[in-house]
Design a protein around this ligand. Structure first.
Ligand SMILES: O=C(O)C(=O)C[C@]1(C(=O)O)C=C[C@@H](O)C=C1
Length: 373
């Protein structure tokens, strides 16, 4: 894999002069941006003082979502919306932090895809609080030690994350956001020779997602399960002749070489996370609502329940069943629907649904996440 360093020819004097002139213009733009960013931070500080006096939370998901939507709609390039939105997420993150740093609980350790999702959504000017399990993420937010948490709820290939659904059955926390994170697995190692790799470490789910690639490209290697993709990266950094599968951030953190990227068997491999917190989020116009309900053990009860939503033209984006645990062979149904609980047709549908089911809880209405690919 070693290739000779390419010979970079020095630019002509004319090209160098033009580059220098453009760099001076960039310096000027950067000075203006800095001044504007500080002006924006001062405005955020003013808002922060007013919110504090009124007892309002620093984090306002619907405003952040609306602001990013408006910027994306008004953007005429050349920066693609994806890049523009991630720059502004960082700007908002910094302006939020000058008011009060947000503490985010997520399923740790650092440099896993959950960590990546937390940074993607909240920006890097936050206190990141990695937890040892999904239940611990809920406890951190319930106790107030963290204002928000982020938990995985489903993967495009592997389906539902049961441990998160179980927590939603009993918690009083609300869903206040949604994040889609592309899971782009890389193979990382100290060396750069694929043939010399004898062991590949990773989390069982990551190994399962890359099984086909491993069979084709590393038939000689044994696979070894690790508690997380980040732990696998650490193990690869400590074990010569081994490799790990995980996020590129873990490779960077452990100074490992990325030998192959996007090695998951299905190119569309995305995990959906939910943001949990204590606040009710008002509508932003692009909302979803998560609910959970139990139906009576009678023929047609689920059919009737869903019929109420269909009658009012409410679109469902997901339905999932999960054993209730307290009564054997009884199930809770998790449904996500388009719209906010305050939208008249959603409010009407939820009231009608309530009359058909044994127990209904609205987990929260929140700005719909953007599906990145
Ligand atoms: O609008 C607010 O409430 C702000 O505090 C400003 C701001 C921003 O930077 O735009 C920061 C944090 C909030 O979550 C939403 C928006």
């Amino acid at each position: 894999m070693n290739s000779a360093p390419s010979q970079i020819q020095p630019p002509s004097d004319q090209a160098q002069t033009a580059i220098n002139a453009l760099r001076e213009e960039i310096d000027q733009v950067d000075r203006e941006l800095m001044s504007l960013l500080n002006q924006r931070a001062r405005l955020a500080l003013d808002i922060g003082r007013l919110k504090k006096n009124a007892g309002l939370p620093v984090f306002v998901p619907e405003r952040e979502s609306d602001l990013l939507d408006k910027l994306a709609q008004g953007n005429h390039g050349p920066l693609p919306n994806r890049y523009l939105v991630s720059v502004f997420r960082e700007v908002i993150s910094a302006c939020r932090s000058v008011q009060q740093p947000l503490k985010v609980a997520f399923l740790g350790p650092e440099f896993t895809f959950s960590h990546q999702a937390a940074v993607q959504h909240f920006g890097s000017s936050c206190g990141m609080a990695p937890q040892s399990g999904i239940a611990e993420v809920f406890r951190e937010v319930e106790s107030g030690r963290c204002q928000v948490g982020l938990v995985p709820v489903e993967n495009s290939g592997e389906g539902a994350v049961g441990a998160s659904l179980d927590q939603f059955m009993t918690t009083q926390l609300k869903v206040c956001g949604e994040v889609y994170t592309p899971i782009n697995h890389v193979l990382m190692s100290q060396g750069d020779d694929l043939d010399a790799i004898t062991t590949v470490y990773s989390h069982p789910q990551a190994l399962a997602q890359c099984r086909g690639w491993l069979t084709r490209n590393l038939p000689q290697a044994r696979v070894a399960e690790a508690p997380s993709t980040a732990a696998a990266a650490r193990q690869a950094a400590e074990t010569p002749g081994s490799a790990a599968i995980g996020a590129v951030a873990a490779a960077r953190h452990h100074c490992l070489k990325v030998l192959a990227e996007g090695i998951q068997d299905y190119t569309y491999n995305t995990t959906r996370f939910l943001v949990i917190g204590k606040q009710d989020v008002p509508p932003c116009g692009q909302d979803k609502t998560s609910i959970v309900f139990l139906t009576a053990h009678r023929p047609g009860s689920l059919y009737k329940a869903l019929g109420e939503l269909a009658e009012l033209g409410v679109n469902l984006s997901r339905i999932e069943s999960r054993p209730t645990k307290d009564r054997p062979w009884e199930y809770a149904f998790f449904v996500d629907l388009n719209g906010h609980r305050q939208d008249p047709e959603v409010a009407q549908a939820l009231a009608a649904l309530e009359s058909q089911v044994e127990r209904l809880r609205v987990l929260g209405s929140f700005p719909a996440g953007e599906m990145l690919s």
